[in-house]
Design a protein around this ligand. Structure first.
Ligand SMILES: [Zn+2]
Length: 389
């Protein structure tokens, strides 16, 4: 009898161990695929230009997954070696903290079961992350700080204009050095508390978005049930965000929220991962008229690489959207917003960005336009709007 119990207990423990070793990798691989493809064309001219660009991306959810980003992987989208192969200099790492099951772009109920709770359990995150969304954001930021400590010649976290300058100087000596920034995907990471804006700032967060796939205490999501504007709490959060010089990201926010934010502040906004509704008509993208208002206010629109944003996931589709954006808002307001590792199927990973430079040249973009869109605009924005120290 004792022997039988011992066998059963051992089997259960073994099964659990195998689950915790293999399941996170399997889920990561399944959630973040790259469509199979032969190498994209990159002309000598395109590669030569690509090598001289400062490339920056506003949105990757890489920290959600248990992946050592200092090592190269043959699945998912982002790690430091692949960012280097793509000649990426600046990467905003966004932290996802709640994501309702059955994601869709038109209507998500706040009460739908949350997938991130399962990920927190399956990836053995600290116990406080099982229930606190703010703890989930802080845990992901901690991971990036740990990667920086372990790989100081590969990753440098940027929290101020002074850091940005330091990163640029260091990168002249060491082109391997990637500048990382930390942002939130939705302000439910505040756990409903205004004082947590300061807590996130202290943990290095320099960009915050307001909503994700569902309405929250701040206001309506673009994919929620109410599509409402900012609440009083939302207005107070925005005042605090502005006071601390945190960059405001309005991706996933309802059009009413975006309009309310625009009426509250002259501070330029970022749409960190999006497409243009006039180019790709669906509920993921806000109206062209609102995009023009964001641009007129000095904002940046960062174009994503997946089907929901640009109605395709090949370099051509992304550049088609950029071309549309050029006409709509102009070259000074476009940027990259991959949504890599954000549970999307992309056509290329972070190592293959030269394909975008090639495609932009092929579609007649000027060298100056390519420089701005690939990262020049992001660098200029950070130079101006990060806290000075
Ligand atoms: Zn997103």
């Amino acid at each position: 009898m004792k022997k039988a119990i011992a066998i059963i207990v051992t089997t259960i423990l073994l099964a659990l161990a195998l689950f915790f070793i293999f399941a996170p990798r399997i889920v990561d691989d399944q959630q973040n695929p790259v469509t199979e493809h032969s190498p994209y064309p990159v002309s000598e001219q395109a590669q030569a230009l690509h090598n001289t660009l400062i490339i920056g991306d506003w949105h990757a959810d890489t920290l959600l997954w248990n992946r050592d980003i200092s090592k190269q992987h043959d699945y998912s989208h982002v790690d430091l070696p692949r960012l280097r192969q793509g000649n990426v200099g600046l990467q905003m790492f966004t932290t996802v903290t709640k994501s309702p099951s059955g994601l869709n772009y038109s209507h998500n109920d706040n009460d739908a079961p949350d997938d991130i709770t399962k990920l927190a359990l399956g990836q053995r995150w600290p116990v406080n992350t099982w229930s606190s969304l703010s703890a989930r954001a802080l845990h992901q930021a901690d991971k990036l700080h740990r990667f920086e400590r372990q790989n100081p010649t590969e990753l440098f976290i940027i929290k101020s204009q002074a850091d940005l300058k330091q990163w640029q100087q260091k990168r002249e000596q060491n082109p391997r050095l990637i500048g990382g920034l930390i942002g939130t995907e939705g302000s439910h990471a505040l756990d409903g508390k205004l004082e947590n804006v300061q807590q996130l700032f202290d943990a290095g967060f320099r960009m915050m978005s307001l909503q994700h796939f569902f309405d929250n205490k701040l206001g309506g999501s673009l994919h929620g049930t109410k599509k409402s504007g900012l609440t009083n709490f939302g207005r107070n959060v925005i005042k605090k965000i502005i006071e601390l010089d945190i960059i405001l990201d309005v991706s996933h926010s309802s059009e009413a929220v975006v309009a309310d934010v625009l009426s509250m502040t002259d501070r330029p906004l970022v749409v960190s991962h999006t497409g243009f509704k006039g180019h790709c008509t669906n509920d993921r993208n806000i109206s062209d008229a609102l995009m023009q208002k964001i641009a007129a206010n000095g904002g940046l629109i960062a174009v994503g690489y997946w089907h929901g944003a640009v109605c395709g996931n090949q370099p051509k589709h992304v550049v088609d959207a950029m071309k549309y954006g050029l006409d709509l808002v102009g070259e000074d307001h476009l940027s990259l917003g991959s949504d890599f590792d954000g549970s999307v199927t992309v056509g290329f990973d972070s190592s293959e960005l030269a394909a975008l430079t090639h495609e932009m040249l092929a579609q007649g973009f000027s060298e100056n336009q390519i420089r701005k869109i690939m990262g020049g605009n992001m660098l200029a924005f950070l130079k101006q709007y990060l806290p000075s120290q």
